[in-house]
Design a protein around this ligand. Structure first.
Ligand code: PMV
Ligand code: MG
Length: 339
């Protein structure tokens, strides 16, 4: 039986490009890790105990609506342990780090991150060596069972903990496989996704502006889904691929062009994506050496900016403040060959 207490974390994430398109199989997106973390601690215990600072009570393994995602992740781990001829020894799991500010969600996490966190923590507790791909598949398996309607790009980024290029797989096909195959077979099967780290060769400051208006992605998806056309998909794919090359080759003008085209594409996709604040967040780059767009589902939450000089950086932050958009996070990204 495992004896040691372990502690681990998962990061936040934000979409740079490819939102909504990525819901369709074989589309692509670029998603950035955000180093704001959730933490899990697992200790040996006589009985199973699950607690999260999201709720003011703890549970065991008997079904609870609030803890359903964590409990489903524990079930996935139990099935995985069975494959290794191991059993689910009792533990106490504590999750902290709500990714909130002033009681409002900040939109860099996702309901899915708790699944990755639970699986990652339990794999350490039971001393299993999960590859990143296995952790991704186990998390997706758990979320598909719960009927999640997302592209799983968030999960890919949270598992790899870096800026990634993600090509999505056919979730309906994998969902059918869940009914027909064992977990072992599922893990061995090629699902048809690509996840690769992006090696940036461009230097810029990455800014995150928070609108303080919470938005729920699953609801946004339901609203927007019917507007996704094949021309939206082909333009999005081309621009995300161009953006990937521009970042890897350190091409500033191409990076700016692709990001602003992708932002416009989202703005034209559905009126609910660019809330007045997200429009203001984007327009704050006017006549500056920078590009900005909404991030993720839109309708609130966050937007991002890539800024190429310090005067522009300070000016954008000031303009955002005037629009009641707060700077949530900033990071200096250095191109690999940059000094
Ligand atoms: O708002 P976020 O960060 O949860 O991103 C949602 C991105 C969508 O493409 C709209 C949905 C998805 O699951 O990919
Ligand atoms: Mg969001």
């Amino acid at each position: 039986m495992p004896q040691k207490t372990i502690k681990t974390t998962t990061c936040g994430k934000l979409y740079l490009a490819g939102e909504y398109a990525i819901l369709t199989p074989n589309q692509v997106a670029i998603i950035k890790d955000i180093p704001i973390y959730m933490t899990a601690q697992v200790s040996p215990s006589k009985d199973f105990q699950l607690s999260s600072d999201m709720f003011d009570y703890s549970v065991d393994l008997s079904d609870d609506d609030h803890y359903a995602l964590i409990q489903e992740s524990v079930k996935t781990m139990a099935s995985y342990l069975k494959l290794q001829n191991k059993t689910l020894a009792p533990f106490s799991l504590q999750i902290t780090g709500k990714m909130e500010k002033d009681g409002k969600k900040i939109g860099i996490g996702s309901s899915g991150s708790v699944t990755v966190l639970t699986l990652k923590a339990l794999s350490l507790f039971y001393q299993l060596k999960l590859s990143k791909e296995e952790l991704f598949k186990l998390a997706v398996y758990t979320l598909l069972k719960r009927g999640d309607n997302g592209s799983m790009g968030d999960i890919a980024c949270i598992v790899y903990e870096t800026l990634i290029y993600y090509r999505s797989f056919d979730r309906h096909r994998v969902k059918n496989w869940l009914l027909e195959m064992t977990l072992q077979e599922l893990l061995e099967k090629d699902w048809g996704f690509t996840i690769k780290p992006v090696k940036t060769n461009l230097s810029f400051t990455f800014l995150v502006g928070w609108t303080k208006q919470p938005s729920i992605s699953s609801q946004m998806i339901k609203k927007v889904q019917a507007s996704i056309s094949s021309s939206f998909l082909s333009t999005s794919k081309k621009e995300v691929d161009d953006l990937y090359v521009a970042l890897e080759t350190g091409h500033k003008e191409k990076t700016k062009k692709s990001l602003s085209t992708l932002g416009q594409l989202l703005e034209d996709l559905h009126p609910s994506i660019y809330s007045p604040q997200l429009r203001a967040l984007k327009n704050a780059t006017y006549q500056l050496d920078a590009v900005a767009k909404s991030s993720g589902a839109g309708g609130g939450d966050c937007g991002i900016a890539l800024v190429f000089d310090d005067r522009s950086r300070l000016e954008i932050i000031k303009r955002w403040e005037q629009e009641n958009i707060s700077l949530l996070y900033q990071e200096k990204v250095r191109g690999l060959h940059d000094k």
